[in-house]
Design a binder for this molecule. Structure first.
Ligand SMILES: [Zn+2]
Length: 175
């Protein structure tokens, strides 16, 4: 990322929760299953995505490429009338392609709900349901301007990470 791209990122008026997730994406520190595999007691597991169970969950898979998440992006994009091609989404998220400010804000809203719903599924061990994710997204649009569970989800995933770190410290502890 160039200084100019970072400036654009910090100047875009997006919610705290969305910025948290997006920033992790930009510094390549998303807690994907692939990144967390070293704390997994089963070293044979390369970090499978627990949403689709079909591919390794790296950053692109976590945010866009998981088929279930892709359907969420497509649906959410239609709701807020974003007209870019879904194939350009990763370039937009990594500032290789620019879109106008309003569109950036909508992308951040979609991203935040994806992040919240992702952790909801992982922590509650529920299957991804795009209809539920879209319901969350509509609710967020409705509540716009309020705090949309940004803090709640940060706490949830920190607890999740702490739990996995414990397993790392004690290899005998298997759930
Ligand atoms: Zn997946």
């Amino acid at each position: 990322m160039t200084t100019k791209q970072w400036r654009l990122f910090w100047r875009t008026p997006i919610s705290h929760g969305a910025r948290n997730c997006w920033w992790r994406l930009l510094i390549q520190k998303l807690p994907t299953q692939e990144a967390l595999r070293h704390v997994n007691p089963d070293s044979m597991n390369p970090g499978w995505c627990k949403i689709c169970n079909k591919q390794v969950e790296d950053a692109q898979h976590m945010i866009i490429e998981c088929p279930l998440k892709k359907s969420y992006w497509n649906a959410a994009k239609t709701i807020v009338k974003l007209d870019f091609n879904i194939a350009d989404l990763w370039d937009i998220l990594t500032f290789r392609k620019t879109i106008d400010k309003e569109a950036m804000i909508h992308v951040s809203d979609i991203l935040l709900v994806l992040w919240i719903h992702h952790w909801h599924c992982y922590i509650k061990e529920e299957l991804w349901n795009t209809t539920h994710a879209i319901r969350r997204f509509r609710k967020q649009l409705w509540n716009k301007g309020e705090n949309f569970h940004g803090q709640e989800i940060t706490t949830m995933y920190e607890e999740y990470l702490a739990k996995h770190t414990d397993q790392d410290q004690d290899p005998n502890l298997v759930e």
